[in-house]
Ligand binder design. Structure first.
Ligand SMILES: *[C@@H]1O[C@H](CO)[C@@H](O)[C@H](O)[C@H]1NC(C)=O
Ligand SMILES: *[C@@H]1O[C@H](CO)[C@@H](O)[C@H](O)[C@H]1NC(C)=O
Ligand SMILES: CC(=O)N[C@H]1CO[C@H](CO)[C@@H](O)[C@@H]1O
Length: 410
């Protein structure tokens, strides 16, 4: 009997290595961009395929054997978006027509050269921004005539509530930021209102009466609107009105004024930006996360909202469990956006050989809330957990009771 077991183990081992040799000879496995698992499943692709995309997405090729069921696409790369290039910069979006599962949130990357201006405008939706390169001036005016006038440095964040008129100007040579809006259908008519569109579509006689100025003053207002315009930076101060917005009323969050969150798991850094630290941001909450090599954003879900993601640096992998027995793994890298459906279970794992994985999580909510799988199990009677998962009682008793958030390599 024992002999039989040994010989069948040997047989299995030699079969496995034969499969590995066959796989090498046929030129492929997931690491070569082929849907071949080395254990008998799959076969090479003979038809048209985008090999570079296949190489970047081994999980689309079937690498994760735990994936199951039908899970819609939850990923969109900014590199697949149409970039609008303009005098003074560019913009590219990820909206509901790109990523249909993202109902709550749309995003964009925007670049302004020195002095360039994103022209004066407002939105039907709230805007949230994160500056990752350069330095910009943001200005806004609220309903009470109070104004914002602030210089934003790398890592700083701004939030303009729905309807608050604003503008942004580049101060360094190159300035770039992530923009977030609390509606996936951001390009719908009636979402953005540019000042020159309004001016050029108002009768000149009405403009003259409204401003108490000659009609000729408005002869050169551009139409169609330039969206981003190159200009020179010559900052004028603003005075009067209801004064400058200060303290908790300010639309700006300066990272240097806020310590990072405690991360019990030791796997990186976490900055939570929601109404507990940035009171005006009532509809958009965020975490800025940096995960060290080999680290894991622990298994969790968000009880309050869909999660939208922007990957800023590195490479990672996430499996999204959407209920029933459906789960799908996605490979993400810098420049990708993603969405995890409301309450879906997930983790994010670093897959880079060298780099930290840096991303931003966005929620249409006033708070960042997550429920940790480990903490849930640790605070449930151990016998219930042991009986359910068929794990030893002492293992259930030993589960960590504190949220780990980012677990270091182990
Ligand atoms: C903006 O760019 C256009 C086209 O290159 C150029 O003609 C114009 O002088 C620029 N304006 C400023 C203020 O730099
Ligand atoms: C500002 O908001 C924070 C967070 O909500 C709060 O703890 C703090 O007391 C507020 N400060 C003032 C001056 O209202
Ligand atoms: C440098 C490093 O440790 N990279 C790791 C990132 O995470 C993946 C997945 O756990 C590992 O395979 C890499 O070695």
């Amino acid at each position: 009997m024992k002999l039989l077991q040994v010989s069948s183990a040997l047989l299995a081992a030699s079969c496995a290595s034969a499969t590995a040799i066959e796989r090498r000879q046929s030129g492929g496995g997931f690491e070569d961009g082929q849907p071949i698992d080395g254990n008998g499943k799959g076969a090479p692709i003979s038809g048209g395929t985008n090999h570079q995309i296949d190489l970047q997405n081994p999980d689309n090729l079937g690498q994760q054997s735990t994936d199951n069921g039908v899970v819609p696409n939850l990923k969109w790369s900014f590199s697949d978006s149409k970039t609008r290039i303009l005098n003074g910069g560019w913009v590219r979006e990820s909206v509901i027509t790109d990523l249909p599962s993202s109902h709550d949130i749309a995003g964009a990357q925007q670049h302004l050269t020195k002095g360039s201006i994103r022209e004066l405008h407002w939105h039907r939706v709230a805007e949230w921004g994160y500056l990752y390169k350069g330095s910009i001036l943001v200005t806004a005016v609220n309903e009470e005539g109070q104004f914002e006038l602030a210089t934003i440095e790398e890592g700083d964040i701004w939030y303009f509530p729905k309807g608050i008129a604003h503008t942004v100007q580049g101060l360094d040579d190159d300035n770039e930021f992530l923009l977030i809006f609390d509606d996936g259908n951001f390009d719908a008519v009636g979402t953005t209102f540019n000042v020159d569109d309004w001016i050029t579509h108002t009768p000149k006689s009405v403009l003259a009466k409204n401003f108490g100025l000659p009609e000729s003053v408005f002869a050169n207002v551009p139409s169609p609107n330039p969206y981003i315009l190159n200009a020179t930076s010559d900052p004028h101060d603003v005075t009067g009105g209801g004064g400058q917005l200060k303290g908790n009323a300010s639309f700006v969050y300066h990272a240097k004024d806020h310590p990072l969150e405690d991360v019990p798991g030791g796997g990186g850094t976490l900055r939570i930006v929601d109404t507990t630290t940035f009171p005006v941001a009532k509809t958009i909450a965020a975490s800025v996360v940096s995960l060290s090599p080999g680290g894991l954003r622990e298994l969790h879900w968000h009880p309050n909202a869909e999660e939208w993601l922007y990957f800023h640096k590195g490479e990672g992998r996430a499996t999204v469990f959407i209920g029933n027995a459906a789960a799908r793994t996605f490979d993400f890298r810098a420049g990708d956006t993603g969405v995890f459906p409301d309450n879906s279970g997930h983790y994010i794992e670093n897959t880079s050989e060298t780099e930290d994985l840096v991303w931003i999580e966005i929620y249409k909510s006033d708070r960042v809330e997550d429920i940790s799988l480990t903490q849930w199990l640790a605070l449930t009677p151990s016998d219930v957990v042991a009986n359910t998962l068929k794990i030893p009682l002492d293992v259930a008793e030993g589960l960590v009771k504190e949220k780990q958030r980012l677990i270091k390599n182990r």
